[in-house]
Design a protein around this ligand. Sequence first.
Ligand code: NI
Ligand code: MN
Length: 225
Amino acid sequence: MKLTYFGHSAFLIQSENFNGLIDPFLTGNSHTTITPEDLESITHIFITHGHGDHIGDAMAIAKKFNPLIICNYEISNYLSQKGFKTHPLQIGGKRKFDFGVVKMTPALHGSGIEEGDKIIEGGLAGGFIIEIKGKKIYHAGDTGLSMEMKLLEREKIDIALLPIGGNFTMDIEDAVLAVDFIKPKKVIPIHYKTFEVINVEPEEFKKRVENVEVEILPPGRTIEV
Ligand code: NI
Ligand code: MN
């Protein structure tokens, strides 16, 4: 399985015929040079919550590739009314798909969908545990530190993608505690540098995490999982 970082919270997971995007915020993402036009044959899109920097280019990409969009029930309704192919999950819910197993995890955050000058109800913010061929990736979405993360230790996460930027999510100090709660094999920091208020140094996070490997991915970098 391959994991590619696009900056902010956006990732591409590839495994055989599966090309899954998570939170595909590319247009307006100052931390990447990748554009929706660079993408090939997307089969699935995962959306953690309704904010613009997570739904991102999902609709434009979905128009091109007609992927299955996996997200919470409210965002699923919103997108299916626009003609997109969706699968709704809710927090705590787990579902086996042809590519693997997906579980939606809690996040302490909002999920309003911005449309013009309106905010549309977008359910609860979440994260995902995506298990493909025995490997588990946890994408936390946007979240504050929560005690629920202690439960994730039981999941035996291989790679945790954790926000560190503060202001809207955990900052470095809280993300270090989250790593201690989750005890993943590896952690990749996300949701930093993109905006002025989340302009923190991932090296600082790496310095402070003990006993767990921290890999700082520059946007565009692909790693083998
Ligand atoms: Ni958000
Ligand atoms: Mn965000």
